[in-house]
Ligand binder design. Structure first.
Ligand code: SF4
Ligand code: SF4
Length: 355
């Protein structure tokens, strides 16, 4: 349902243009598109409280440009509309893995999503500019001071779930979002209703208690943050909870009942690379920097850095409790990275019981 429909000084019909953008976005590959009027960013008080309480771990970049995050007018002067576009990455259920196989988060099994989203956003912006040549726009996909998820919840795309991610009644939770800021008016959606209700499955499924309080993810306890963004020593009490997760964690999403409607993506770049489905931990334990960069070229996994990633592999090998891991762990005691060496020592004790 449309909230209102504006005729823009007789030059274009906002309702028709919005419908055309929605159709074009579908053709380009976006699964769902939403439209919100620009204004001060909603949810900022919650975001500031979250930062103040240090729940963002070491993701200090989130503290930067807080003013711009709170006001898209500071990003694009004259901004009138926010277009939110969702790109489905769901690729099917994860087959069970053996203890000596690692788990890479579903979203990271294919190519890096940033170009996949950005290229499509830019195509959509070109389409808009071809319809309204005086329009100015800026595209963002995790690439600037724009709160994509929060804007998504201002549209029909979805609502913010208790696990802090965006949930869509059609797509579930496995989708990326990008936004286009535009300085022309459009016809805006009714906001999606928040449909978590009494459900708390994501909170109960979280292995580490990072979702003890709904809507307040404690990043310092989150395995997704710890295995991707955090490049230091993983707190010992969380290592055994990581299981075989070597890049990211999907538990809260896997638990979300709205994912029962998810359909597989047709976006080619996002389909999983075979070697990322159940990678053998022993083959990853000794990766050199060059080999890591080759193995994960143009993949989101590069974000973990070689040392952070091999650290994760050490933890997973420790959690495997399999004797086959011992030679690789002993070799890693001599790794050039002190981070890897320290986690190899822990893992060796975990496998051998300290003997
Ligand atoms: S990603 Fe994993 S560790 Fe992080 S909140 Fe979700 S279930 Fe918990
Ligand atoms: S699992 Fe339940 S509470 Fe969590 S995001 Fe999904 S619907 Fe909301």
């Amino acid at each position: 349902m449309l909230r209102h429909c504006i005729n823009y000084g007789g030059r274009h019909d906002a309702g028709r243009l919005t419908a055309d953008i929605r159709n074009e976005a579908l053709k380009i590959g976006f699964a769902k598109t939403g439209f919100a009027p620009a204004g001060k960013t909603p949810f900022m008080a919650h975001f500031r409280d979250w930062l103040r309480d240090g729940l963002h771990g070491e993701m200090r970049y989130l503290e930067r440009q807080a003013e711009k995050r709170g006001d898209p007018e500071l990003v694009l002067p004259g901004v009138r509309s926010i277009v939110v576009a969702a790109l489905n990455y769901y690729s099917g259920e994860t087959p069970p893995s053996s203890p000596l196989e690692g788990n890479i988060s579903l979203y990271a099994r294919g190519a890096d999503y940033h170009p996949a989203v950005m290229d499509r956003l830019k195509r959509l912006l070109r389409f808009i500019k071809s319809a309204v040549p005086q329009a100015n726009g800026l595209c963002y996909a995790d690439t600037g001071p724009v709160m994509e998820k929060v804007w998504g919840a201002e549209t029909s795309v979805g609502w913010i779930g208790k696990h802090s991610g965006l949930v869509s009644r059609e797509l579930g939770t496995r989708f990326f979002i990008g936004v286009i800021l535009l300085d022309i008016p459009l016809a805006y959606d009714e906001k999606s209703e928040a449909l978590c209700g009494d459900c708390r499955r994501c909170m109960d499924a979280c292995p580490t208690g990072a979702l003890a309080v709904p809507y307040r993810l404690d990043a310092g306890k989150c395995l997704s943050y710890l295995t991707i963004e955090f490049h230091g020593t993983v707190p010992p009490e969380l290592r055994s909870l990581a299981g075989n997760r070597i890049f990211g964690c999907d538990e809260c999403q896997n638990a979300c009942p709205w994912n029962r409607f998810a359909v597989k993506t047709t976006v080619e770049e996002l389909t999983p690379r075979k070697e990322n489905l159940a990678p053998e931990l022993l083959s990853l334990a000794g990766l050199s920097r060059e080999a890591f960069e080759r193995r994960f070229a143009a993949s989101p996994v590069l974000r973990a850095s070689r040392d952070g990633f091999v650290r994760n592999v050490m933890i997973a090998l420790g959690n495997s409790r399999r004797a086959e891991a011992v030679p690789a762990l002993k070799a890693a005691l001599l790794d050039e990275s002190p981070l890897v060496r320290a986690h190899a020592e822990w893992a060796l004790k975990s496998v051998t019981g300290g003997h």
